[in-house]
Ligand binder design. Structure first.
Ligand code: XIL
Length: 377
């Protein structure tokens, strides 16, 4: 929470602003904020926010009530798309920091910390289209390495006083095979070398920074190869002395068709191996796909809350678990609403707050898990 305002002042201001703009009144749950609860155990709670077109899924920042909710509940923010290659680099020679700057200015004004996401989304679908046709010249391997190193120096360097925790590499492991993905860069330089040089460059720019490998392996059925692939990658980093501090567990969890199915023992083994190698942990993008739960809202909300509580209790039993971030605070701005819809075509109830800004039972589940968490070691 903004250290200069009491929670009551934040809420009073939020209500006044909402009333003035005849927006739905913000209904933050009474009692301590989610960030207060996280802080009591040595971590922070945060959310993503996006500067997309107002009224669209990525346009949460334009919504005054959403911004007030961020201030009331969060201690840190992460930009939804604004620091990705696709947003920053409209072409090979141009950097556009305008949208990221707007979010950073807001965070600064409100006393909120800011995470970086991401210096390299190592995924062919999410790198800018121009890269696919880019001419890397007569020495393409050198040119690729230079382009990535320059990007990291420019982006991490521009924010080195304001952003100290970065998802340096995102989603490099192919979820279907467990191998490393191919991208336009890997036509010229092996993937492993690209990832290593990204972390080394980030370390050079941020000697004290928290450098993270971030991915979406999870505990539901079907993630076995993905988990194994991530473990192999993390082992390789350690063997080669690649400077990686923590694993970002995205935590886009899902109640699968037919009701919750998850392999708790396998998930614990995975996390144990990660921390056993000396890595820290973060929850970087928590949300819940409720496709396996009934249409009935009370049943669905309870199902989401119970499933999340089981997951978060397990995650927060690790003293290595650091910051906890959700991928959006309010259902109507969640990226999930734009993915494969539920069979009944009802919007997902996937975030701590509903589209009317009323807290879901999920908000209580997160609060309970943060309260019951082991202190950060
Ligand atoms: C998503 C954004 O929410 C969407 O707006 C965008 O179209 C695609 O990316 N894992 C990640 C995030 O690491 O960057 C993704 O964000 C969600 C999945």
């Amino acid at each position: 929470m903004n250290p200069h305002l009491t929670r009551r002042q934040v809420l009073t201001r939020a209500l006044a602003v909402s009333a003035a703009a005849s927006l739905p009144a913000l209904a933050t749950a009474p009692g301590p904020s989610l960030n207060d609860l996280a802080q009591a155990k040595g971590r922070r709670f945060g959310s993503t926010v996006g500067t997309g077109k107002p009224g669209t899924l990525t346009g949460s920042f334009a919504d005054v009530a959403y911004r007030d909710l961020l201030v009331a509940e969060c201690g840190l923010l992460v930009p939804e798309n604004e620091l990705k290659w696709g947003a920053l680099r409209p072409s090979a020679d141009v950097y556009n920091f305008e949208a990221a700057e707007r979010l950073l200015a807001f965070a600064k004004e409100k006393g909120l910390a800011f995470r970086g996401h991401t210096l390299l989304w190592h995924h062919p679908r999410w790198l800018p289209a121009w890269l696919d046709k880019h001419d890397f010249g007569a020495k393409p391997a050198q040119a690729v390495e230079k382009m990535i190193a320059d990007h990291i120096a420019m982006v991490a360097g521009s924010y080195k006083d304001r952003i100290t925790s970065w998802d340096v590499v995102n989603e490099a492991v192919d979820a279907d095979t467990g191998g490393l993905r191919d991208t336009p860069f890997t036509r010229h330089v092996p993937a492993e070398r690209i990832l290593d040089l990204s972390f080394h460059k980030a370390r050079e720019v941020l000697p004290q920074g928290q450098l993270i490998y971030n991915d979406y392996m999870s505990w539901e059925p079907g993630h076995e190869k993905h988990r194994d692939g991530v473990l192999r990658l993390l082992e390789g980093f350690r063997k080669r002395g690649t400077p990686v501090d923590a694993l970002g567990v995205q935590s886009h969890i899902m109640v699968v068709e037919g009701g919750p199915k998850y392999d708790e023992a396998a998930w614990r083994r995975f996390l144990d191996e990660v921390v056993g190698m000396g890595y820290g942990l973060l929850i970087t993008e928590f949300d819940v796909n409720d496709k396996g739960l009934p249409t009935d809202i009370a049943l669905r909300d309870k199902g989401v809350a119970d499933y999340s509580r089981a997951y978060l209790d397990l995650m927060l039993s690790y003293k290595q678990m650091g910051d906890v971030l959700v991928w959006g605070m309010v259902d109507k701005f969640s990226w999930l609403q734009g993915l494969t819809p539920r069979a009944d075509k009802q919007p997902f109830r996937c975030c701590p707050y509903g589209s009317d800004f009323q807290p879901h039972p999920l908000r209580d589940a997160i609060a309970g898990a943060l309260k019951g968490a082991v202190a950060k070691g």
